[in-house]
Design a binder for this molecule. Structure first.
Ligand SMILES: Nc1ncnc2c1ncn2[C@@H]1O[C@H](COP(=O)(O)OP(=O)(O)O)[C@@H](O)[C@H]1O
Ligand SMILES: [Mg+2]
Length: 369
């Protein structure tokens, strides 16, 4: 089992590169799973993930799709590509059902605090990725490709297992989880407000209705949280094992210098293994500028007017300058990081939107070259 985690800022092509890498593994015969976050609409369609949008129901099967590879391989592939869209609400519901007894699950899912939690807890998506990774291991995938949240804070993804494990092991949290229901039933709170100072103080701050809801929720959620934390701790160990997990930084020419520095520092600080950096959307150099200039001259002879010719020259000069600046960035990245990152890869700007399997395959081919 291998885990490939892709990090990067928004809009650089992280989702596309992640999906392309998973597709490539499947075409080479692996049983691969891609966990995506918020894919662009047409890519979502291509991966068969459209139905998942309305999976507010507990229909777990629809959260995962096997992608048909028929359109790009002539049936010779023994591998499989499965795709999951990480959607906070449906994945957390699924996790609750997985860890809790059916009766407990209903209690939790219907709880107003749970609804608030779903909408507000920062990093919930990362938490879900950890949960899904764990399921993927259980389901026997050979490789898992994880698209992380599009931000510089995406590394919360890798901090979360420990964070969550620590949270539920705080003595105070355990105490509340274990004692609150008993305290409430016993009626002690009504007689002597001083006895359980913790609860009465919290009540003063939040108001008694809300406090009751929060504490009540926590007392039923505690079991789930502990089950989750136990598994998450295990996942965190896998993430640190270079024989199992590797990280890829995805960036583009505009952001490469800053991103490479930032992510490498952050990942190394956490003792994660960075295997690759993909600089996506590089404008290829125009080959044969002299021939292009020659044909402009010929075009003039053939009747192209001066204004059109100058406009064309301007456009070509502009393209050439941009592509040259991309190459300068690449050279810089290469000389700065080739010692520390084993694979440095350029993927060109493709003439098509990354909306289907053929486009993903093009990206994958460039990554291998
Ligand atoms: N190499 C590329 N060439 C052309 N368009 C690309 C390329 N990579 C990504 N795109 C396009 O850029 C947009 C953002 O890509 P996406 O993978 O969703 O980025 P991210 O996940 O980093 O936000 C999409 O419209 C996608 O089709
Ligand atoms: Mg994305």
């Amino acid at each position: 089992m291998r885990i490939h985690i892709f990090v990067g800022t928004g809009g650089v092509g992280k989702t596309s590169v992640t999906a392309a890498s998973a597709l490539s593994a499947a075409l080479q015969g692996e049983r691969a799973l891609v966990l995506t976050i918020d894919p662009a609409r047409r890519l979502r369609t291509a991966l068969g993930l459209d139905a998942i949008n309305d999976a507010s129901s507990a229909d777990a099967a629809r959260l995962q799709q096997q992608v048909s590879l028929d359109s790009i391989s002539s049936g010779g592939t023994r591998g499989e590509l499965h795709a999951v869209m990480l959607d906070v609400a449906s994945s957390l519901n699924r996790a609750v059902r997985l860890h809790a007894s059916p009766k407990q699950a209903e209690e939790i899912l219907a709880h107003p605090i749970y609804q608030v939690l779903l909408r507000s807890l920062a990093g919930m998506q990362e938490l879900m990725a950890v949960e899904r990774l764990d399921q993927a291991i259980a389901e026997g995938f050979e490789s898992v490709y994880v698209d992380t949240a599009p931000s510089r804070h995406a590394l919360e993804f890798v901090d979360k297992p420990e964070f969550f494990a620590q949270l539920v092991s705080f003595p105070i949290v355990r105490l509340v989880g274990k004692t609150y229901r008993w305290w409430e039933k016993s009626g002690i709170g009504r007689f002597s407000r001083g006895t359980f100072e913790l609860y009465t103080r919290v009540e003063d701050m939040l108001g008694s209705h809300l406090t009751r809801q929060v504490l009540d929720f926590f007392s039923i959620f505690r079991g789930i949280a502990e089950g989750y934390a136990h598994r998450a701790r295990h996942t965190a160990e896998l993430l640190r094992d270079p024989a199992i997990t590797s990280f890829t930084v995805v960036t583009n020419p505009l952001k490469a210098v800053r991103d490479a520095d930032f992510f490498l520092k952050e990942l190394e600080r956490r003792r994660f293994h960075v295997s690759s950096l993909v600089m996506n959307r590089v404008w290829p150099r125009l080959e044969n500028m002299s021939r292009i200039n020659d044909s402009l001259t010929t075009a003039t002879a053939a009747g192209m007017d001066d204004a059109t010719r100058e406009a064309l020259r301007g456009t070509i000069a502009w393209y050439d300058a941009v592509s040259r600046s991309h190459q300068t960035v690449w050279n810089h990245v290469h000389s700065s990081y080739s010692q520390r990152i084993p694979h440095l890869v350029q993927v060109p700007e493709l003439p098509e939107d990354i909306a289907g399997l053929p486009a993903l395959q093009h990206i994958a081919q460039h990554m291998k070259a």
